[in-house]
Write a protein that binds this ligand. Structure first.
Ligand SMILES: Nc1nc2c(c(=O)[nH]1)N[C@H]1C(S)=C(S)[C@@H](COP(=O)(O)O)O[C@H]1N2
Ligand SMILES: [Mo]
Length: 554
């Protein structure tokens, strides 16, 4: 349909004139059934857009589009598949998607028409399609009940669009019962004057047009992000990690004291803390991933995923800590990383004289600035890591590749979803958190934490195991001391540390007497530094102070 200006309307043919009007030309009307069907199509687009958006948060594979497509592939009889493949070859998936699109468009058109002519039958059609999509989504491999939520949210929004759109259409050209009659109960103006018609026409067009544009933008954006996440997921599942050319020494016997409630010496991936600025975890397909090494170097280069995998890998157990970890906090974890030494990559790039920083960048724009000299140290296992505790990096921990640097807080070193390393200078570049008030350099501070008993616990009198972890990555812990009610410091027993790059468990057998008591811990590292009493907030370079808990003994 076209819009007309008053000037062009003057020459309009009599056929376009409203027979009821005072001789002025009426705005053009679409065929009512076409407009009603269009409402159905817009409602379907809105349904799919919202579903894709929710699937982004829930699980990429929970998208009804994907779920129904996969269900159809599973249900289609073999001879149809053979026929389609014979006719279209490797384009069979494209054909399937096109068939689905035609089917969805036809159903959408029908639902719009029905909602206008015989409400609420359009809603019923949308509901039935929704139920089929929910079944498809919740019966997929690995699905949970939550996988219904994208479809449910989409259908709710779709129904609203369908009803509202039909109402606006009725207000403009009347209710479509039997295609002719006008129902005065639902039509806002059953016999509209020309002015009313123009207003309701505009309202209808604005609503359907704006909804269509908004839903298309949201839907296409969410689908693209979902496709990336799904590709990353599939690639991760298919990945077999290379074996380490330099394996880590096994975890020494006696590294884990096996005390109930004490943090395990190696943190399982599912329990590992997660900190990042990503609202939506970036989905990075290794097939399209590469690492660019550039800046103040003699030899810029780009490393593909296959090239990285072919390099001799090294394993190292390293405790990662967040600068935002409060005294006693849990933003710290210890894992076995598999990766390639950054020192080797930098040696290949040949940094120029005067460069002192490596600015690593994530695919989502996050940056960290790490001292070049730290990354070049021979005896420090700074890695570009692809494995975590024997698995490919979990997507939320940086798949396909991230940095791990022993002894530095994550915000200055541990870039996840890393895509480039720029050799530069602290005087020339600043990283994400440095621009937000945090210190440019972030060496980990020596710290200790009491895990058991927990703060305000009630324990029985007698021998109580007071236990926890202590860390001073890349320096190592020399001793841990505990004191009760501000008394003398007593040395706790240290477990065997995996290495100076990891935390170490400790335990103190406390002879607890009835009453309320305060327990405190402090660690001394291998450089001779003992944690001080002074409390320092996390901003700008990490918290300080003694972890202190209260327990009640009876
Ligand atoms: N891309 C990206 N990488 C990042 C961050 C981020 O926000 N984005 N946060 C960093 C911070 S502050 C920390 S403490 C560690 C946390 O890593 P984890 O989530 O694997 O525990 O990742 C670092 N790497
Ligand atoms: Mo952090």
């Amino acid at each position: 349909m076209s819009t007309r200006t008053p000037e062009s309307a003057a020459s309009t043919s009599p056929a376009a004139r409203d027979p009821r009007g005072p001789g002025r030309p009426a705005p053009p009307r679409p065929h009512p059934a076409v407009a009603a069907g269009a409402v159905g199509v817009v409602s379907a687009i809105a349904t799919l857009a919202i579903a894709e958006l929710v699937a982004l948060v829930v699980a990429p594979a929970a998208s009804p589009l994907l779920a129904v497509g996969s269900l159809v592939i599973d249900l289609v009889p073999g001879w149809v598949k053979d026929l389609v493949i014979a006719l279209f070859g490797t384009n069979d998936k494209v054909v399937l998607l096109l068939c689905l699109a035609v089917l969805v468009a036809a159903l959408a058109f029908l639902s719009g028409l029905l909602e206008w002519r015989r409400p609420p039958w359009g809603t019923v059609v949308l509901g039935i399609v929704g139920v089929i999509a929910v079944i498809a989504a919740t019966t997929r491999a690995g699905a949970t009940g939550m996988w219904a939520s994208p479809t449910v949210a989409g259908v709710i929004v779709g129904v609203l669009v369908l009803r509202f759109g039909s109402e606006r259409l009725s207000a403009w050209i009347g209710v479509g019962s039997s295609g002719r009659q006008v129902d005065s109960r639902t039509a806002i103006s059953p016999d509209p004057s020309l002015a009313d018609t123009a207003v309701s026409r505009r309202r209808f067009l604005v609503f359907t047009g704006a909804t269509a544009v908004g839903a298309l933008l949201v839907g296409v954006g969410a689908r693209v992000a979902n496709a990336a996440a799904a590709a990353a997921d599939t690639a991760r599942r298919a990945l077999r990690l290379p074996t380490a050319a330099t394996p880590a020494a096994p975890v020494p016997a006696g590294a884990d004291l096996g005390i109930d409630g004490l943090s395990p010496v190696v943190t399982p991936n599912g329990e590992f803390y997660r900190i990042d600025t990503a609202l939506q975890v970036p989905g990075v397909d290794p097939a399209t991933w590469s690492l660019r090494v550039f800046g103040e170097v003699e030899e810029e280069f780009e490393l593909s995923w296959d090239e990285l995998l072919a390099l001799p890998m090294q394993e190292s157990t390293v405790t990662l800590a967040c600068v935002s970890n409060e005294v006693g906090g849990d933003l710290i974890g210890n894992a076995l990383w598999l990766g390639y030494p950054l020192r080797e990559l930098l040696a290949r790039a040949k940094p120029r004289e005067g460069a002192d920083m490596v600015l690593s960048r994530s695919i989502d724009g996050f940056t960290a600035g790490t001292p070049l000299s730290v990354l070049q140290e021979e005896d420090r296992d700074s890695l570009i890591a692809i494995g975590m505790n024997g698995e490919p990096l979990p997507v939320e921990h940086g798949f396909p590749a991230r940095l791990v640097v022993p002894g530095l807080y994550g915000y200055v070193s541990a870039t996840k979803w890393v895509v480039s390393l720029e050799v530069t200078r602290f005087s020339a570049a600043s990283a994400y958190w440095t621009d937000r008030g945090w210190s440019a350099e972030g060496p980990v501070k020596t710290q200790s934490r009491i895990d058991v008993p927990t703060n305000r616990a009630r324990v029985s009198a007698g021998t109580v195991a007071v236990a926890g972890v202590a860390w001073a990555q890349h320096t190592g812990i020399d001793r841990v001391e505990v004191r009760v009610d501000g008394g003398d410091w007593t040395e706790a027993r240290l477990a065997t540390a995996i290495s100076a790059d990891t935390w170490v468990q400790w335990v103190y057998e406390w002879d607890a007497t009835a009453g309320d008591h305060t327990l405190q811990v402090r660690a001394t590292d291998n450089a001779g530094t003992t944690q001080g009493e002074r409390e320092v907030p996390v901003v700008p370079d990490g918290a300080e102070g003694w972890h202190t808990i209260d327990v009640s003994v009876s």
